[in-house]
Design a protein around this ligand. Structure first.
Ligand code: MN
Length: 420
């Protein structure tokens, strides 16, 4: 790790600490195509812990025997991160959640119940009074087991604020130590979300004594912006996932929130415990496990997110990297050597690079592309990722193996790099 993340861990004077609650293994895993088995979940959980995630939601213990085992094993494996299990506001769920997390060094039970009119009427079939009673009673039960209890008011952003305030007050009195107000359906906007949290703080003074948390979904592409607005309004915990995976359009992306707080720390006066240079590793691990990649232009972790770096080397005119970089590739765990390939690079390094760029090609194909690469490297001295992609696409298209669209995107990228 580098000095900057050490500084973040030690804490800067006047900076608020924002806890990162990662739900890649719960909300993330709930989305289509993202199922993970036990060894995969443990591998991912270890990486999240290594990255400095404060709270890891390991699963939903009652949802299946497999998920129970996953949560239990992760709880017993990790040492530094808090390990949480989700539970509906019912005795059966909470008992099961506690069974799963009680072996953790730092266990948490995460109880949730919906508070919006829509959910109470059409999903729960309960009156607001019944919801209030159940939220309070079940929070009390969880607090008897565990000192660390989070209560989430599902669909909080579409709930009646007077009623929501009552539920928040009741669950804090019942022992909740974290109050999470999710934008479950990704409906809110940054300005509205800021006002929402400021309003709830005014309505429920007891919120100042607990950790206030946000959980945003990306249905309108605003999950990260909404999370940052919530931070500005005083939340001290944000719930998010690696690569932004999660129900429907996903959750707020961990790497985007963390790097915004890192790059714009003077603006937010806030910091996290995340070792940012572990971000790429976590992203690649998740992609490798699930087989679901991120789009090339994905912020922070996309294949093109730092592609300009190669252009800078090609031109060799940059006297100060800050001219074109708001963050270094190294700060998210990309090694510069991975970004620069020249005529001295060997076939092995070249093959590794192709793998990292997402190409899975045969030995014969590798030989062909490598030959073209050497010719280009002689001419250009430095060969960028986009050059390499173009070489592969050109070679594969010649054989009819790669679709039109990737070639089209690549040539657009080339033009942009050349002109900028
Ligand atoms: Mn969610």
């Amino acid at each position: 790790m580098d000095g900057s993340s050490e500084a973040a861990r030690s804490g800067r004077a006047g900076f608020r600490k924002i806890k990162i609650f990662d739900t890649t293994l719960r909300d993330g895993e709930q989305s289509p195509g993202m199922s993970m088995n036990l060894p995969e979940k443990i591998e991912m959980a270890r990486q999240l812990e290594r990255m400095g995630v404060d709270i890891i939601e390991a699963g939903f213990a009652i949802s299946s025997p497999g998920d129970f085992e996953n949560v239990k094993t992760i709880a017993e494996t990790l040492k530094d991160s808090v390990v949480a299990s989700l539970a509906r506001a019912s005795k059966l769920d909470i008992d099961r959640a506690w069974e799963a997390v009680k072996g953790a060094v730092s266990p948490r039970i995460h109880v949730f119940l919906a508070t919006s009119g829509l959910h109470m009427k059409h999903k729960l079939n309960m009156t607001p009074d019944q919801v209030y009673e159940q939220a309070v009673e079940m929070t009390k039960l969880a607090a008897r087991y565990c000192a660390d209890v989070e209560f989430s008011a599902e669909d909080a952003t579409r709930s009646d604020r007077g009623f929501l305030a009552k539920v928040i007050g009741g669950t804090i009195a019942a022992g909740a130590t974290t109050i999470n107000l999710p934008d479950t359906v990704g409906y809110t906007t940054p300005d509205e979300h800021y006002d929402f949290f400021m309003d709830m703080r005014e309505r429920v003074p007891a919120l100042e004594k607990v950790t206030m948390s946000s959980h945003c979904h990306n249905d309108l592409g605003l999950a990260v912006a909404n999370s940052l607005a919530a931070i500005r309004a005083g939340v001290a915990q944000v719930e998010c996932t690696v690569n932004g995976i999660g129900e429907r359009a996903g959750n707020a992306a961990l790497e985007e929130i963390v790097m915004t707080l890192f790059v714009r720390r003077e603006s937010y006066k806030a910091e996290t415990n995340i070792h940012t240079e572990e971000i790429m590793h976590a992203s690649n691990m998740l992609t490798g496990i699930t087989g679901v990649g991120v789009q090339p232009n994905k912020a922070i972790v996309g294949a093109n997110a730092f592609a300009h770096e190669a252009g800078i080397h090609q031109h060799g005119v940059l006297s100060n990297p800050l001219t074109y970089e708001i963050m270094t590739p190294e700060s998210v765990g990309l090694k510069e050597s991975n970004l620069v390939l020249g005529k001295h690079s060997g076939r092995h390094a070249f093959g590794e690079r192709l793998k990292r760029l997402g190409y899975d090609i045969s030995k014969d194909e590798l030989t062909k592309v490598f030959r073209k690469f050497k010719i280009l490297a002689d001419k250009n001295k430095v060969v960028s990722d986009s050059d390499i992609s173009a070489l592969v696409d050109e070679t594969m298209v010649g054989e009819g193996a790669v679709g039109e669209s990737s070639v089209g995107e690549q040539s657009i990228g080339e033009t942009a790099f050349g002109e900028n």
